[in-house]
Design a protein around this ligand. Structure first.
Ligand SMILES: Nc1nc2c(ncn2[C@@H]2O[C@H](COP(=O)(O)OP(=O)(O)OP(=O)(O)O)[C@@H](O)[C@H]2O)c(=O)[nH]1
Ligand SMILES: [Mg+2]
Ligand SMILES: [Zn+2]
Length: 305
């Protein structure tokens, strides 16, 4: 049976030329049906590709074979570069406190790249069963100074996951990002009962994850909320306009905006002391400086522009 009405769906997975598109069942709100789709050949999306998280119009819906065609793409709110995911509302940067070892420079790179997207960013610390309470408090304090109220998880305390699930249900589309082996998929399996996606222990020899998750996939956590599991990776320094970098560090923008500090030069990047009034005694200053130097040497934009 074919029906020709146009329907608005959500792309939840992509492989080759195929897209899985969830369509909300109108009469039975909450339940959605999943269709295997290709893009209509005659359609030209002006060379735009379609990504997981995109809202699309599907037609030629065949309810029996669960197939349809994508006929248009709804304008997206944002697009993450790596992994490519559209229309994210919240980013959860996810790191394990151990196994693999916590790498602060990597945590910072992930956080700053996420901040550059302009959505709400949170920090999740997994595997807290592997450290003492004292160390956990130390980390909470450290990241508090970075401007993040970290969420600490522990596989053996399901309550923590329940609290996170309640939070995720308030958001539209949350994404979990971080290196391989930190427990992103484990977390998803805990908060969505019955999901049972593959996870794998970190390699004992090199203490690194095994890149278990290969695809970006979006899962419903409620009628209105989705979460995205992503393959783990290490983050390169973010490609951000150099003028914007100071705004991505709460330790800096708090001084500039809340405290109203003023440097001699309006476009001060706070790396040369001449006329700079920024208080540089905060932990991430060395990461900040490194990022500015990197940006200058790789894609320098004149701050006077
Ligand atoms: N001790 C401990 N181990 C955990 C915890 N959470 C996850 N793990 C283990 O960490 C390993 C890696 O977990 P995954 O969920 O596969 O990690 P991932 O982040 O999805 O990794 P990729 O898919 O490769 O990016 C698994 O063996 C998990 O059982 C935790 O809270 N404590
Ligand atoms: Mg995974
Ligand atoms: Zn300055």
């Amino acid at each position: 049976m074919k029906i020709s009405t146009k329907n608005l769906g959500l792309v939840t997975k992509q492989f080759n030329d195929f897209y899985l598109v969830d369509l909300k069942n109108q009469e039975n709100s909450g339940i959605s049906e999943r269709f295997l789709c290709k893009v209509r050949k005659s359609i030209n999306f002006k060379d735009q590709l379609i990504y997981v998280g995109d809202k699309v119009v599907i037609e030629n819906i065949d309810l029996k074979s669960k197939r349809a065609v994508i006929t248009s793409l709804i304008k997206r709110k944002n697009l993450l570069a790596r992994p490519s995911v559209a229309n994210i509302s919240n980013i959860y940067i996810t790191f394990s406190v151990d196994e693999p070892e916590l790498n602060l420079s990597q945590v910072n790179r992930f956080l700053i790249s996420a901040e550059a997207i302009g959505v709400e960013v949170s920090l999740v610390l997994t595997k807290c069963d592997l450290i003492s309470d004292k160390r956990r408090s130390f980390l909470l304090d450290k990241f508090g100074k970075w401007g993040y109220n970290a969420i600490t998880l522990n596989l053996y305390k399901s309550d923590y996951f329940k609290n996170l699930l309640a939070e995720l249900k308030q958001k539209e589309c949350s994404i979990f990002m971080g290196p391989s082996g930190v427990g992103k998929t484990t977390l998803l399996n805990m908060i969505i009962p019955g999901l049972q996606k593959n996870t794998a222990p970190v390699s004992q020899k090199i203490k690194r994850g095994k890149n278990t998750t290969r695809n970006v996939e979006l899962f419903a956590v409620s009628n209105q909320s989705y979460i995205v599991d992503t393959p783990g990776f290490n983050m390169q320094p973010p490609e951000v306009d150099i003028k914007l970098i100071p705004n991505l560090y709460s330790e800096i923008y708090k001084q500039v905006i809340d405290e109203g500090i003023k440097c001699k030069f309006r476009n001060c990047l706070h790396v040369n002391d001449k006329g700079c009034n920024l208080n540089k005694s905060f932990e991430r200053y060395s990461f900040y400086k490194e990022m500015i130097e990197y940006s200058k040497s790789h894609y320098y934009q004149n701050p006077e522009d």
